[in-house]
Design a protein around this ligand. Structure first.
Ligand SMILES: [Zn+2]
Length: 282
């Protein structure tokens, strides 16, 4: 499952990704990636770009004046060796590792000008592990990233970029479970997450990624009788009654008129676990 952050240039996609990465405990979650940052002069005028890898390598890969190169995009001269030493090096290292996801900021015009970059980043899209990438919405290759069935597309704008931080952190915490899911389960997850994003409910996305997938992978459910299932939550165990095919009622405090979630759309994490399980290939 790939998470693609799309938006206008300079809307804050990079800032969002950088903040989310810094909130994840590196000893608990195994991931690699590359961030791109702007280099500005004393008058806040953009002069170039620097890439920083999760292996702590930082290199200027594009600059208006300080790089000599025949590879040029707009006003920027590009140091292809710096792209190889950062982006390409880290992507290849990840592909050979057992780590859980890769973040890539960004798949932009300057990066794509490098043949090596163009040939290497698509390997991340085919890898079953997740890619979390930023891209501007008007690039020729954007549709190839966002149009995939296993892409969860998040449109970043001035209205939502602040609430997206917690959502992105939740997704990063849960996304390492998703490479064991089948296509139908991934599609279900993306549809659900997209809907929760649309109705502006970060809590539900958090439960989906931090609980439901985990409960499924850890097989935290068992049939007590033909129409009754017990799900072991992070807090309590919950009893779920099967009313009829695909219709469940859970005894937890979600969506059943007993608390703040009363009247809201969606399933509790326990019912979501069962829905994901129904999509398992037997
Ligand atoms: Zn429940």
């Amino acid at each position: 499952m790939n998470i693609i952050l799309v938006g206008e240039p300079n809307i804050g996609k990079s800032t969002l990704l950088t903040k989310a990465i810094s909130k994840l405990d590196q000893s608990q979650y195994k991931f690699q990636g590359v961030l791109s940052h702007e280099i500005k002069d004393g008058n806040q005028v953009r002069k170039g770009f620097i890439a920083t890898t999760s292996s702590n390598i930082s290199k200027t890969f594009a600059h208006k004046t300080e790089i000599e190169s025949n590879l040029v995009v707009g006003e920027y001269k590009i140091d292809n060796q710096a792209i190889k030493d950062t982006f390409i090096y880290q992507i290849n290292k990840f592909l050979q590792s057992q780590d859980e996801f890769f973040y890539l900021d960004e798949i932009g015009r300057i990066q794509v000008a490098s043949i090596e970059f163009r040939n290497t980043y698509p390997k991340l899209l085919i890898d079953p592990r997740s890619l979390i990438a930023t891209v501007s919405n008007d690039e020729p290759w954007t549709k190839d990233l966002t149009g995939r069935l296993n892409s969860f597309v998040i449109n970043v704008n001035v209205m939502n970029r602040d609430i997206l931080l917690d959502i992105l952190v939740s997704i990063m915490k849960g996304v390492h479970y998703t490479h064991t899911l089948n296509e139908d389960q991934i599609y279900y997850l993306i549809q659900k997450a997209q809907f929760y994003l649309d109705i502006n409910n970060p809590t539900l996305i958090q439960y989906l990624f931090e609980r439901s997938i985990k409960y499924l992978i850890e097989k935290r459910f068992k049939y007590i009788s033909e129409d009754e299932i017990m799900v072991q939550g992070d807090g309590d165990n919950h009893r779920i009654l099967i009313i009829k095919e695909g219709q469940y009622v859970c005894d937890c405090n979600f969506f059943n008129g007993r608390n703040e979630f009363d009247g809201q759309y969606g399933d509790c994490p326990h019912i979501q676990t069962l829905r994901l399980n129904k999509l398992s290939k037997s």
